[in-house]
Each structure stands twice: as C-alpha cells, then as structure tokens.
Design a protein around this ligand. Structure first.
Ligand SMILES: NC(=O)c1ccc[n+]([C@@H]2O[C@H](COP(=O)([O-])OP(=O)(O)OC[C@H]3O[C@@H](n4cnc5c(N)ncnc54)[C@H](O)[C@@H]3O)[C@@H](O)[C@H]2O)c1
Length: 367
C-alpha cells in the first residue's frame, strides 16, 4: 500500500453507491474496481466513477490494484467473500453483520490474523459527531456514573422499500442482526462491552411480501425472530433495555438514552452520523443541546474504511474493527439463544473500546 488504500468493492447493490460517493471525496482511499455476481450491477456502479474497472469477483481478487476488499454482499455471503479476500492477500472491510454467525466470523478473524491482514466492519456511523459527542459527554462526567440505557429500533419491516428484502428475514437478518450492530456498537462506545444477556423474541408473521420493484407482491418465508427484546449487562455495571422490531408501525420511543447518577443523555439515531445530543442534569433540571465536541464531521458510509487506512499508516487498530464487530455479533447471537432457551447467558467475548474520535474532518494518522 502506498499513500492511498486501493479499494475493490464486491457487491454492487443498494448500499454501494453511498460508499463510492464518499470515496470520491475522501483523501487516502480510492475505489479502483467493482465486482458482483451480477455483472451488469458492477458495470453500472463502476461506470459512474472515472477510472474504476468492473469485472468478476475472481478478477478483482487477483488484481494488483486492490489492497482492501470492501464486502457489500448480503449477510449470508459475508464470510465466504471475506475469506476469499484474505486468501488473496487483501485486507477486508465488510458491511454488518461481520458474518451470519460467530463460528463463521471467528473463522474470518483467525484467517486474517494468520495472514497478517486487517479486518474492519460496519457500522462507521458511530464515528460521526452524533455518537462521538454523546460519548465525550458521558466520559466528561456530564451525567455522572452511567447506570442504565435504553435502545429502541422499531419499523414495520424493510420489505416496504427494499426491492429484494428476503435476506432481512433469513439467518443473518432480522431486526437484531440487521439493525442491532448500530445500537450495540454505539452502546459499546458509550458503556463498554457486554458480559451477560437475557432475551425474549417473537415471530408474529410466517411470511412477508415484497413491497417494491420488479418482484413486488411476491410472498416469501420469515425464518428469523422479527420482534426482539433483551437486557444487556455491561462490564462497567450499566444495564441496557433493548427492543428491535420489524413488527411495529409507529411509536414515540427514543433511539438511545443513557441514564446516569446525576443526569440523562439523549443520543441520536446510531444509523446516522449526526444528530442532536441532549443533556439533562440534576443541577439544571432541564434539557439542553450539547454542541459537537468529537467525531468525524460530515462523515458518511466509508469513513470506517478511511479510518482503517489511517490505522494501517500509523500502526494502530481500526476503530470500526473486526474485534468490535465480533463482540457485537456474539452479544446478538447469545441474546437470541437466551430467548430460545429461556435463560440468561454469559457473553464469552469482549473487545477493546475503540479510541474516541477527535473532532476532525477526515481520519488523520496519529489521531
Ligand atoms: N440497503 C441499505 O440501506 C443498507 C444500509 C446499511 C447496510 N446495508 C448492508 O449492506 C449489505 C448489502 O445490502 P444491500 O442493501 O446493498 O443489498 P443488495 O441485495 O441490494 O446488494 C447485494 C449485492 O451483493 C451481490 N452479491 C451477493 N452475493 C455475492 C457474492 N458471493 N459475490 C459477489 N456479489 C454478491 C448481489 O448480486 C447484490 O448485487 C448488507 O449486509 C446490508 O445489511 C444495507
């Protein structure tokens, strides 16, 4: 790798344009190639950006002008594509979840470690000013010692807007594995890793219907829990109450709130990079906005890749790391297992909480 990390994208579906658009404006990262099982999709994405070539995944993996494979395939393909990238000597950064399950995810991390390669994983939303400002507020002691948190994600289901929504209802999908990574990564940044989980789940509907695109009206099976509730015990002692649902039309719930011994913090949507952070303290007895004090400004999907490029340059860990993504996946898998077996379960894995992001425009070496 020279001064620029060359990125080859595998999986040119719905989310790929967001990454490609970010790379076009970020220093230190360049998209050089695109591949997909669907050659037309790869060509369509590559064609929007000058100098980007499209081809098959095999061609991309064999190419000298790819340092890192950006894996934007569907969750069930995440592990296989990541392993192929590592076998080809490429670093890898994947969309969430890291893999459809922890056994596959462990295989990816072990293969990378053996090969001396780095694994990064979405979400990178938590590196933006929204969550990082909330984290800075907690770490500054604005609410005193954190005692508890809530995390709520409710939607009637992604089949209303995604033209091929089946993967959201297959293993690796569901509201927890799909949206949980945003919330759990945020909670790890705010409150540290999770040591124990309890859960209860429900699957009220056995089928769903594609709501848009050429397959609109197609009925498909639901293979995962679509309403997930749980309790997370963080290693620092705080307790999170969580609900992630594809079964709720509307509600007036916060996304994430953190409650401390001397105040409360309202945290923005962890699926976004920015958003209002609001603080209530026992001293003021009122809510006030917290101005941006940490995080990558104007960030968008792809900043996690740029942060990984930074880490390769300065010899540190990427913030959107495979280790964090593995722990988050482990927490989610144990929560579903606890629900299925009617018990509380210990979470065997842990992770280092990523370094806070200083208020900055782009990932810089040494920061
Ligand atoms: N759509 C969103 O808004 C969104 C947002 C954030 C994250 N994500 C995540 O991004 C990932 C992709 O989501 P999407 O919505 O872009 O899906 P998508 O179905 O629109 O696109 C996935 C693409 O991957 C290709 N693909 C699948 N298996 C492959 C393989 N083995 N080799 C090469 N190509 C393969 C498919 O042909 C398809 O073009 C998922 O993990 C999803 O959770 C999606």
């Amino acid at each position: 790798m020279g001064d620029t990390l060359n990125v080859g994208v595998i999986g040119a579906g719905k989310i790929s344009t967001a990454y490609a658009t970010t790379f076009a404006r970020l220093p230190g990262v360049a998209m050089t190639r695109v591949a997909d099982l669907d050659a037309g999709r790869a060509a369509a994405l590559a064609g929007q950006f000058e100098g980007v070539r499209s081809g098959t995944p095999e061609e991309l993996l064999a190419a000298d002008d790819v340092d890192l494979v950006l894996n934007l395939t569907v969750p069930q393909a995440h592990a296989a594509v990541a392993l192929a990238a590592i076998a080809s000597g490429k670093h890898v950064y994947g969309e969430k979840p890291l893999a459809a399950g922890t056994t596959d995810a462990r295989g990816v991390l072990d293969a990378a470690a053996r090969a001396g390669l780095v694994v990064g994983c979405a979400p990178d939303t938590v590196l933006g000013t929204g969550l990082q400002t909330a984290r800075a507020s907690v770490e500054a002691g604005d609410i005193g010692t954190p005692l508890a948190a809530t995390a709520f994600m409710i939607t009637p289901g992604h089949e209303r807007w995604h033209p091929s929504p089946e993967f959201y209802y297959q293993p690796g999908g569901g509201p927890l594995l799909d949206m949980g990574p945003y919330y759990l990564s945020a909670l790890v940044h705010l409150l540290g890793p999770v040591r124990r989980v309890t859960g209860v789940t429900a699957t009220p509907r056995a089928t769903r219907e594609v709501g848009s695109g050429p397959n609109a009206g197609t009925v498909f099976p639901v293979e995962v829990a679509t309403h997930v509730t749980g309790v997370l015990e963080h290693t620092g002692g705080a307790v999170t109450t969580l609900m992630m649902s594809f079964d709720i039309w509307a509600g007036q719930l916060p996304r994430i709130e953190v409650y401390g011994e001397s105040g409360s913090l309202s945290v923005p949507d962890p699926n976004n990079f920015t958003g209002p952070v609001r603080l209530f303290t026992a001293a003021t007895q009122d809510w006030a906005d917290v101005p941006d004090r940490a995080g990558y400004r104007d960030a968008a999907r792809g900043y996690g890749v740029a942060d990984l490029a930074r880490s390769l340059r300065d010899g540190t860990s990427p913030r959107a790391s495979g280790e964090l993504a593995f722990h988050v996946l482990d927490v989610m898998e144990r929560l579903l297992e606890a629900a299925a077996t009617g018990t509380s379960l210990d979470v065997a894995s842990t992770c280092v909480v990523p370094a806070p992001v200083p208020l900055s425009a782009v990932p810089e070496p040494g920061a």
